[in-house]
Design a protein around this ligand. Structure first.
Ligand code: GLY
Length: 397
């Protein structure tokens, strides 16, 4: 696409959704010279705000998901330069902490499963290493004495999601992206082409149309709810609920952990993500509950019980927040990045558990498609569902 000009409220690209994906896409498009707007009623405060921010392609790898792994590794490699550029251009910290990850086994059954997982990781050439219980506790002294060993994954890191959001908001504002703190009521379509976005009227939001050369959908779990788009062009996205907790240690003291700890506790998965500020994020459930974001007492209890089985010092931290976010799930757990099938409508959504990890790669692929017509890789292409998406929607639920 040739950049045009930004006349009043007309843009080369309008990005729907101001989470980490939408802001990263907007930033990259603006860097290519396009006039860009982001539409989001509360930019940065959706699922990205709830996330733990793990950059964990290796420790989160799942059997049968090798193609997702390839995308995750490609994006993990982009993270250091993405963060450095973001810091330079925003003047803010990016939140990246290259701290590594330990994946801890709580009991003998967990150990057997993690040893099998490590064998799978090493078959894929991922270079994981087993640590005995004693070695694990040398690496992380506050691990419980009864743990059964751990996989050391030096290349999996983390980013403080809220620090990252502040930096992305700063860089998009500095670069001249226009932020509309409004909801989108409808996509305007004519003759099978998306033409623009209609803002929903509300406080501070006049009823207004934003004509756009391209509309990018980065609306996370809400990406299949776009009004005005014919059903056959809507992506298959479902919300996958994750409840998590934010705890706080004494910021004057060293963090309780020096790296991210994931663990398997009686077959359940948990993560304990320390921040340099003394904050600790404990998560997360994975539930098919539609758009429910209520916090359940049982989930809080299980998260805390499992976390304190692995790191007993968690009991002494202050519980400051309990949250639930909605991951945008796709049928094959891979994202949807590229043309939607409707002219003028591009997807950058469906990132499931990996939104923050995949942000640099997604932004690069979307900019490549819109600015240079470079096809995104087949593994991300929305076209893999074109044949089935209409039929699937008609299936009885
Ligand atoms: N990637 C962590 C989560 O989705 O809970």
């Amino acid at each position: 696409m040739q950049p045009s000009r930004n006349t009043a409220d007309t843009f080369d690209a309008v990005v729907l959704g101001g989470g980490v994906i939408g802001l990263s896409v907007a930033w990259r498009l603006r860097q290519r010279g396009l006039s860009v707007a982001v539409v989001d009623p509360d930019p940065g405060h959706g699922t990205s705000w709830v996330a733990a921010g793990m950059l964990a392609p290796v420790s989160e790898v799942a059997y049968g998901e090798e193609r997702l792994l390839g995308l995750n590794i490609d994006s993990a490699r982009l993270w250091p330069s993405f963060a450095a550029e973001l810091e330079e251009l925003s003047g803010e910290p990016s939140g990246l902490w290259e701290c590594g990850t330990l994946v801890v086994a709580s009991d003998p059954g967990d150990r057997a499963e993690l040893e099998a997982l490590m064998a799978f990781q090493n078959e894929l050439g991922l270079g994981s290493q087993w640590l005995s219980s004693r070695e694990s506790r040398n690496a992380e002294p506050l691990l419980a004495p009864g743990i059964r060993g751990a996989i050391l994954v030096d290349q999996d890191h983390q980013v403080d999601n809220r620090v990252l959001i502040a930096a992305l908001l700063a860089v998009v504002r500095r670069s001249g992206v226009v932020l509309y703190g409004c909801a989108a009521s409808e996509i305007e379509i004519s003759e099978e082409r998306a033409l623009g976005v209609l803002l929903a009227p509300g406080p501070g939001c006049p009823k207004k149309a934003l004509p756009a050369g391209t509309i990018v959908v980065s609306a996370g779990a809400w990406s299949s709810q776009l009004k005005g788009v014919p059903e056959r062009f809507l992506p298959h996205i479902r919300p996958v609920k994750g409840q998590l907790l934010r705890l706080l240690g004494n910021p004057e003291q060293a963090p309780v952990l020096g790296r991210t700890v994931r663990a398997q506790v009686n077959g359940r998965h948990i993560y304990i993500v320390p921040r340099l500020t003394g904050e600790v994020v404990v998560g997360a459930t994975s539930e098919e509950m539609g758009f429910d974001t209520s916090i359940r007492a049982g989930a809080v209890r299980t998260l805390l019980d499992d976390a304190s089985r692995v790191v007993p010092a968690v009991d002494d931290l202050k519980l400051v927040e309990s949250l639930a976010g909605l991951r945008p799930g796709t049928p094959d757990n891979r994202p949807l990045i590229g043309p939607s099938g409707l002219d003028g409508l591009v997807l950058a959504t469906g990132h499931g558990r990996n939104g923050i990890l995949l942000a640099p790669l997604t932004a690069q692929l979307v900019a490549g498609w819109i600015c240079d017509s470079s096809e995104p890789p087949k593994d991300t292409s929305p076209s893999r569902f074109f044949a089935t998406r209409h039929e699937a929607r008609l299936e009885p639920r």
